[in-house]
Write a protein that binds this ligand. Sequence first.
Ligand SMILES: Nc1ncnc2c1ncn2[C@@H]1O[C@H](COP(=O)(O)OP(=O)(O)OP(=O)(O)O)[C@@H](O)[C@H]1O
Length: 497
Amino acid sequence: MMELRQVSGGYEEFKVQEVNLTLRQGEFFALLGPNGSGKSTLLKLMTGVLPPESGEILLNGIPLDRYGSKEKAKLVSVLGQEEHVAFDFSVEEIVALGRYPYQRGLLNWHSAQDERVIREAMAATDVERYRQQAFRLLSGGEKQRVLLAKALAQEPQLLFLDEPTNHLDLKHTFSLLTLLKEWQRTKGLTVFAILHDLNVAALYADRLGLMKDGRLQVVDDVHVLKDEDRIEQTYRVQVNAQAHPRLDKPQFMLTPDEEQGPSSLSLLEGYHLTQDQQLLHISFDRPLKVMANSVWGSGISWASHFCNFHVPKQYHCANPQADIKRWLEERDIPVQQAVGMMTAVELKDYALLAREAASYQLLAVVTAGVGNAVDISQTHDLNTLSQIGTINTMVFIDGHLTDGAFVNAVMTVTEAKTKALHTLKVKDKATGTIATGTSTDSIVIAATQQGEPTPYAGSATVLGKALGQLVYQATLQAVQNYWRSMSTTNLGKRQDG
Ligand SMILES: Nc1ncnc2c1ncn2[C@@H]1O[C@H](COP(=O)(O)OP(=O)(O)OP(=O)(O)O)[C@@H](O)[C@H]1O
């Protein structure tokens, strides 16, 4: 489509240097880079606004400077950063200007084809309702969409955009980029866009280039953005590249300098615990980072309220999330800062153990009912496993865990729980073998994220060892408390739920 060979050029004080780039037919190419790195200068060279001082630019194999302006405008259109409209044109008149390469003679006459394309461009950019209005009276975002309509009315093969989402709100940013993707797919449009938002670039571009100090540094697919060091070197800010929850695209988190982490918290002095018949509630004055498979707040989040709700054994789990949300609201616990679990175990039977190891403070809170104990290695009829009789384990760690360390902590806690069931010879009623857990166990790992990051929480580490021993002891105690309760209330024998 377009090829740049060793292209240099620009202004006396600033030049883009030795750029080599081949734009592929039908791709969405994003050009990124810090302010003043030369992105707009490169775009001006590519659109013929600035002549290159050396090197060559080919459009469909022909040097760019051999095209007449109308021929070039049938192939290429540009949506610039600032477009000044000198006359008091209506929106429709502005969009109609996009048809000028197709007009013959001096008369400003539109064919039926022109009219159709103008209407289509206005509809696609959602500006039809302003068609009679004066362009100058529109808002910045509305003007941007009208100018895009004008650029699309040119029916280009290649569309250049300089920060096209600048004035746009979230909805119109999304619809502009979706529209470009659609035209890319349905009309084979090639898009070259200067973008500032790395997240937008990662979501919409097929390939991207990073500009720095007048040089095009990297041309690669969007996964190059996962290279945090490169982004940091280019922009001189610290970034955190995270995986998009549904797409294989990186997304970026920034940490403001003055917010280098949550305020300090002494874990063992900083928690509050209340317990009544319905709720075991552990809260902190500030949030902890959490990995959990709880009913409410599952996944990775931050929370300062950790709630274990009692439900009857026959609890009908039609919509447990809605139930927990309601219970949290009834108790004025902020739902967006809460993690919520359920258990049929009496909450007074919880076990709480604390421990310090090296620089870590640890707290484990466990409730354990083993009526539904299951040996995971055996075959079961899944329908018989859905009762609430569960081991809920919450651990709180005064440490800074990487995501990998959170996964490691889940392993450690699970191994410790399983070992406790082994020690107590808790059996799977269906198979008679030693149980490895219950059918609906929940786990919450919460960390203060204070101090240096630790990448591991397995048994080869001080943290992992301490965590394992603590959860082992707490699980033993919780199961024993549960058994004691069961036998004193005469509700069942040792192995009943
Ligand atoms: N018309 C001009 N005459 C002289 N120098 C210019 C001109 N336009 C831009 N420059 C200079 O060229 C350098 C690169 O500018 P350019 O606009 O290409 O950067 P950019 O990467 O697009 O920046 P931004 O992200 O801020 O839009 C800057 O130092 C700028 O001052």
